[in-house]
Design a protein around this ligand. Structure first.
Ligand code: NAD
Length: 295
């Protein structure tokens, strides 16, 4: 299939590589020339704009940082909707607010284009391994069309409901993740300060009622989980600034819904302070350093 893939960053590039491996031909667009050159060497075709990429494509996929980028790539003068043919399925995999997802999909629908939101979880490792979870907001018909292609980049392809519901699932999950990482950080730092071996403490938590992903898979204390970013200086993984963005999406959506998110708002402030300290590029589990003396 000829697929337009726009937004080839930490997530988009490995996703596009998996589609190339699966035998698709790709029209590629990004602002970063280096990544375009790298993917062109693997067989992709470089396009001059989102509009150019969408022309002649049988499917359009975007993976961009935030809502402003999604609006400009889809709705701009040289955007996807200026080039896409009516009847072409389309999907945005960025994490953005549900409202923008619905507005862009409505603009697409006015041109006869069915568009889905399908944010992902699984991180850069999952993108490379093709094991992402896709949370898809789409009609049943569009979901059925997208499912086989998304399955070439992911393992769990979940139909959440109509357009926008993929984003709702994603921001609720990340709200909880942001909070649980702060909770594990507090518990680990308190245990350390009171004098228990942090390996022993993590072992107890991970077989007791405090067990959660932030502790048993991604523990923020260095050395507890070999494969976690904490054990490699908080590099790679999921940047604190991206977590801050997602908590902002959750608290803003909550404000609009008049729904309290007390712990989410506190967690947001903690990641905001971390970003102010110049640590927004570190993995979000480095939030544990807010509870430790400078190392
Ligand atoms: P990134 O910043 O690494 O990549 C974004 C890419 O979009 C860059 O290559 C950039 O050049 C390109 N871009 C920006 N504006 C553009 C434009 N106008 N036209 C074309 N290309 C443009 O971000 P990422 O880590 O790949 O994340 C992408 C999305 O996935 C975000 O919404 C993020 O929240 C979400 N996400 C990220 C992770 C993760 O672990 N990194 C995990 C799950 C979800």
């Amino acid at each position: 299939m000829n697929i337009a893939f726009i937004g080839l960053g930490n997530m988009g590039a490995p996703m596009a590589r998996n589609l190339l491996k699966a035998g698709h031909s790709l029209n590629l667009f990004d602002l970063n020339q280096a990544v375009l050159a790298e993917l062109a060497a693997l067989g992709g075709t470089v396009s001059a704009s989102p509009r150019d990429a969408a022309q002649g494509a049988a499917l359009v996929i975007t993976m961009l940082p935030a809502a402003a980028h999604v609006r400009s790539v889809w709705l701009g003068e040289d955007g996807v909707l200026a080039g896409i043919a009516a009847g072409t399925p389309a999907v945005d995999c960025s994490t953005i607010d549900p409202q923008t997802a619905r507005e862009v999909a409505a603009a697409a629908a006015r041109q006869g284009v069915a568009m889905a939101d399908a944010p992902v979880s699984g991180g850069t490792g999952g993108a490379a391994a093709g094991t992402l979870t896709f949370m898809v907001g789409a009609t049943a018909e569009l979901f059925a069309t997208l499912q086989p292609v998304l399955a070439q980049m992911g393992r769990n392809i979940v139909h959440c409901g109509d357009v926008g519901t993929g984003q709702i699932a994603k921001i609720c999950n990340n709200l909880l993740l942001g909070i649980s990482m702060v909770g594990v950080s507090e518990a680990m730092a308190l245990g350390d300060a009171l004098g228990i071996d942090t390996q022993v403490l993590a072992g107890i938590i991970n077989s007791s009622t405090g067990r959660c992903w932030s502790s048993d898979t991604y523990n923020p204390w260095p050395g507890v989980i070999e494969t976690a970013p904490a054990s490699r200086g908080y590099t790679g993984g999921f940047g604190a600034d991206l977590m801050l963005k997602d908590l902002g999406l959750a608290t803003e959506a909550a404000r609009q819904a008049r729904q309290p998110v007390v712990l989410g708002a506190v967690a947001q402030q903690l990641y905001q302070a971390m970003s102010l300290r110049g640590e927004g590029g570190k993995d979000f589990s480095a939030i544990v350093n807010s509870y430790r003396k400078p190392q």
